[in-house]
Every structure is written in C-alpha cells, then in structure tokens.
Design a protein around this ligand. Structure first.
Ligand SMILES: [Fe+2]
Ligand SMILES: [Fe+2]
Length: 167
C-alpha cells in the first residue's frame, strides 16, 4: 500500500469512528428545530471540498487528508456550545484528539489538525497560507447566506455573510 493511500484511509476511518458518529448525532439532536446553519456532515463535506478548491487554486500544497480530516472534525463539539455556552472551536479541538489517535493519525499531523480546529473562528488566521487559514476561509465560504430564509435573523456580522456566490 502506498503512503498516500494509507493517509487517505485515516479520513475514511474518521467517518466510521463510533465516537465521531456519536458527536454528529448529538449535533443533529440539538439542531432539530434550528432555523440557522446546521453543523452536520453536509456542512463538513462542503468545507472539505471548498478547502480543496482553495488548496489547489491558490497553491497551498496541503495534503488532501489534512483538509478532509480538519473539515470533518471542526464542528464536532457544537452540541456542547448549545448545552453550556463553551466555544465549540475549543470543544471540537479537545474532542477530536482521541478520534485522531484511534484513527492512527500521526502525532505531528494530528497537532496541525487540532490547531486548525481550535482557531477556525479566529479571523486573525484568515490570511495565513496554512491549514488554519484554509479551514477558516472554507468554513465561512460554505454558508449559503444568499439563499437562506433565516438570513435576516442571523447574528453573523454583515461582512461575514455570503450574499453572492462568486465574488
Ligand atoms: Fe464552527
Ligand atoms: Fe463550520
């Protein structure tokens, strides 16, 4: 098996991981009545694919598995923010550790993924040409404010909202 194939397999392992699936279920339960954006697998895949487009178009040179793993895990702790208000970037960065270990992600790669998740709401990383900057941008670009019926009631700042599909 080539090295590249091995790395891509850890992304598939994350998708099958029981703990991971449990967090997705908790997000789903908390967001059943939510009119604003959800934090579900569809959002994670949007972020992964937009992230890969940026990665390729702008020559970030990041391995595919970094982009996918960070996107799949970046909001897994959103359910806890609904419960007690703890920032979900911090929760998700904490909760993803055991999943990365269980999926045999090498420690140096896991550190980069955790760091990108921890800062995915921090505008200060936006322009970094790194996994951190890429995750921040892909996450924000993934939200279809231009077609959202709840946009008027959403508390996202005006300059963050995507009112056009392509700028
Ligand atoms: Fe988030
Ligand atoms: Fe997100």
């Amino acid at each position: 098996m080539s090295c590249e194939l091995h790395k891509i397999n850890y992304v598939n392992q994350i998708l099958q991981n029981e703990t991971y699936r449990g967090y997705l279920k908790q997000n789903e339960e908390k967001e059943r009545e939510r009119i604003f954006c959800h934090h579900d697998l569809a959002h994670f895949l949007d972020v992964a694919r937009i992230g890969m487009i940026i990665n390729l178009e702008e020559g970030y040179g990041l391995p595919q598995e970094f982009v996918y793993a960070a996107a799949l895990l970046h909001d897994i702790g959103r359910w806890k923010q609904y419960e007690d208000g703890e920032d979900h970037a911090a929760v998700s960065a904490r909760l993803c550790g055991p999943i990365l270990t269980a999926c045999q992600v090498p420690e140096d790669e896991a550190d980069l993924i955790r760091g990108a998740i921890a800062s995915h709401r921090d505008a200060a990383v936006r322009d970094e040409k790194s996994l951190r900057g890429l995750l921040y941008r892909a996450d924000k670009l993934s939200r279809p404010c231009f077609g959202c019926r709840a946009e008027g009631a959403c508390n996202w700042k005006a300059d963050k909202k995507n009112r056009e599909l392509i700028r």
